[in-house]
Design a protein. Sequence first.
Length: 510
Amino acid sequence: MANYPPEITPAEGGRMTEVIKDWALAHGLTVRPPPAVVAAEVDPKEILATAVPVTLFPSPFPRVCFDQGVAVQKTYNELYASISQDEAFLTQVVKEIGDSDNFITELWKVHLRVKEEGYVQHKSLGLFRSDYMVHQDGASSTPQIKQVEFNTIASSFGGLSSQTSLLHRYLSTTEYPLLEKSVERGALDLPENGSAAGLAAGIRHAFIEYGPPTTSHQKCVIFLVQGGERNIFDQRRLEYELQQSQEPHVPVFRLAFSEISQHTSLAEGSGRQLLYRPPQLPSHTFEVAVIYMRSGYGPSDYPDQSAWEARYHLERSAAIKCPTVLTQVAGTKKVQQVLATPETPSNPSILSRYLSKDSASVSSLLDTFTNIYPLDETESGLKARKIAADPELCKGYVLKPQREGGGNNIYRTSVPPFLQTVPESHWPSYILMELITPPPVKNTILRNGNLEYGGVICELGIYGTCIWDQQSKAILHNEQAGYLLRTKGDKSEEGGVAAGFGCMDSCALV
Ligand code: ADP
Ligand code: MG
Ligand code: MG
């Protein structure tokens, strides 16, 4: 479509701002405002919400790329379920990351302790999100998606994303046809987006897979969250979706990571059932079937040893974890780098180890990889060290530590001076990745009541849900579960919505 998205007049922008703010608040497309924004006289007990930053229009997105991401998701689910079961491979990865990364070291210790006494729960739940950007070699070549990263813990925005798709669908029938440069009703191809329902269905399946309670208590699901979470409505949407089906009824409780030991215990005996006592119901106890972690992915959730003990306590319990420590480690950028390392005669691709029976699947995954290098003393590591030290070459790269949640990467010309501050023995805990530069798109972003028009960069996330059994190696559930489109101004390096740089968007397929 020519000249889409249209540039709008200030009057049109003013009207759309009002329409979007109302729709967002009425449909939970909201976040809690930052504490600094909340006026001092507002009672902190009063619930406050503000519209999330969104694009005024769904950004144009190549249909071939969207289809490619959807098509490959179940293979990715299967791959990460397999990696989670390959303890020998993950042991090697943790060794290569090295002791300088205390977070990964401590995390791995949790696994080793539980392994020593034996796991009592062999089923695992993955709520995954594979993130991509569009890559195009030349204007005439077919665009392709290239993977930015694969998330195995706390993959967020599935609750808000299906709402954003609904917002844009609503605007396409009400507001866009009224614009000076009208976008006719039905002119946009807006794909269905079942992210909230799909992720909730994954949790519901795990709840069922847990089987009947083995204590005298009713089963429940715990959302393990951070204190003061601003992105709470994203999480609440999944909780409300879970209640959409009456059978089974799924009681959900939110528990702060810092309060695990206060409110949970393990049942006596060898079953290690996780028992939860809701503070608001002193005489009730629940048997936890599923722990869905929206916390615990970074060092700030583990301020002291007692927090690590709390994670260990959950890990050794009989609850189905989303994710286990093994799956969390499978989601490190180091694993992504090893997967993306090209095959050589002496070093066969590890992808074929996991998907050996299906060469079409392997090549569909390979198509989504971009160059990622280790920073170790191997041949490709030494090549990467040269790039990372060179003021010109480094301009096409991003340096990543083994961290999640945004704001941790080092970009372009900041890489060489940054590495000089890091002892060389710690370099192997980073990976160096080629930057993906998608073709230019323009859109208007509504953020905090202000409109910003200009070049934007879109990142597509495809959600997947997977349940597997570590013991029998069986995959019990494997689904693609909707999508996320996150958009940022083209001057910003990071795109996290929660981190304050990006905004919610949806796809208009072109
Ligand atoms: P995190 O786990 O913290 O989200 P990411 O690997 O997703 O880490 O990086 C954060 C952001 O940095 C991404 O959302 C994207 O905007 C940008 N980014 C990361 N890797 C690349 C890349 N290879 N090319 C372009 N942008 C990237
Ligand atoms: Mg990311
Ligand atoms: Mg991530």
